[in-house]
Design a protein around this ligand. Structure first.
Ligand SMILES: Cc1cc2nc3c(=O)[nH]c(=O)nc-3n(C[C@H](O)[C@H](O)[C@H](O)COP(=O)(O)O)c2cc1C
Length: 358
């Protein structure tokens, strides 16, 4: 039932893909935080469809309207409601999926759960819902920036083609230099070619986004069930089309030994404690250790493909489906700001939770 996320810094998203609009209510944002509407809009612009030929051609301005909680550019400490109106909804494109289930989409499971669904555009299972998260995440990033924390995510892998990116120095400006949001230009060119081929074939491809948060102090994250990596895992797995999340060395770490894998402690020049390597991905015992927090997030190939596929109707009768509508042949370029937003929401929440202890 939950469309809400977070404990102290909490968002609730609302809206369906082809309804009047989507949005978010941010509750728990501290008062007197400078809120830049331009920064919120900039993040929404990075997520919106129609940005390039690599993504869905749905034409949405995704203009944010702040309805409450902000006066003269400062938060009031009251709920911040933000609305993004839908403009380019084409319900007719979805008449076919009213009768038959799209393979690997959410049509069947929503029917099984609710017995009713907003068919056009996939309702709340559509990535349109994530516009609210990105708007809320933009505020979380403004809160974190004042504490010296910054987040960068980028496309690191598409259909098995990998990028070479130095995570210690990569910047958002470098990420945004191409439509794919992969800061390795040679790898990006190959990946773009692969996505264009998939589009021509009426097919789709998946890949991996990597993300890093710098400046996170030691001490954020709650031991046991609300471990920082547990909350980050939930945040990332709640993004549509995500199938896996790794922190630090992740699954590759299983191939190592303790002696090779351990992050050795040392004292930094400023007297603080650091580790010489960061296979822990900035988290030990569910609590940040002061090193950068690192994640890898796996996205499956887009479910809706422009090919006839076998499926069944609501009564289980075999049929075929040839979807229409505008779809992303690869969701990754638009998912980069969504990953950054969810990362920021978790960190902002744990920042406030740690502050509440002291
Ligand atoms: C940015 C973004 C764009 C997406 N675009 C599409 C799309 O055009 N067509 C589609 O079938 N799925 C798309 N998806 C994925 C579906 O929303 C998702 O696969 C569906 O809700 C089923 O959920 P699941 O894959 O997590 O099980 C997109 C996901 C993201 C993050």
């Amino acid at each position: 039932m939950s469309s809400s996320f977070g404990t102290l810094f909490r968002i609730t998203t609302f809206g369906e893909s082809h309804g009047p609009g989507v949005g978010v209510v941010v509750d728990g944002c501290p008062p007197r935080l400078p809120i830049s509407e331009a920064s919120i809009q900039a993040e929404l612009d990075r997520r919106r469809p129609g940005q390039s030929r690599l993504v869905s051609q749905r034409k949405e301005d995704d203009r944010v309207e702040i309805l409450s909680g902000v006066v003269d550019g400062n938060s009031l400490g009251t709920p911040i409601a933000m609305l993004i109106r839908n403009q380019d909804a084409r319900g007719k494109d979805y008449e076919d999926i009213a009768r038959a289930y799209r393979p690997s989409h959410a049509d069947y499971t929503y029917d099984a759960k609710y017995g009713v669904r907003a068919i056009a555009g996939g309702g709340r299972a559509s990535a349109r819902e994530t516009a609210g998260r990105v708007a809320g995440g933009a505020i979380a990033q403004q809160l974190l920036a004042l504490r010296g924390v910054s987040i960068v995510a980028w496309v690191d892998e598409v259909a098995g083609l990998t990028a070479a990116v130095d995570e210690t120095v990569v910047t958002r400006e470098q990420v945004d230099t191409n439509d794919l949001r992969c800061p390795d230009p040679d790898a990006a060119a190959k990946m773009i070619e692969r996505i264009e081929q998939a589009r021509k074939d009426g097919d789709s491809v998946g890949g991996v986004i990597r993300a890093i948060a710098r400046g996170v102090p030691a001490g954020w994250g709650e031991p046991i069930f609300d471990k920082l990596e547990a909350d980050l895992g939930k945040a990332m797995l709640s993004i549509p089309a995500v199938k896996g999340v790794e922190n630090g060395s992740g699954f590759a770490g299983t191939l190592s030994t303790g002696s090779a894998h351990n992050d050795v402690f040392y004292r930094r020049d400023d007297g603080s404690i650091g580790t010489r390597t960061n296979r822990s991905g900035g988290i030990q015992g569910g609590i940040s250790n002061g090193e950068p927090v690192t994640l890898r997030i796996a996205f499956k190939p887009t479910a809706t493909i422009m090919r006839e596929q076998e499926t069944v109707d609501r009564d289980g009768n075999p049929t075929t489906l040839m979807p229409r509508g505008r779809h992303d042949p690869c969701v990754l370029p638009r998912a980069v700001p969504i990953v950054e937003a969810m990362f920021a929401l978790v960190l902002a929440d744990h920042c406030l939770r740690q502050a509440a202890r002291s």
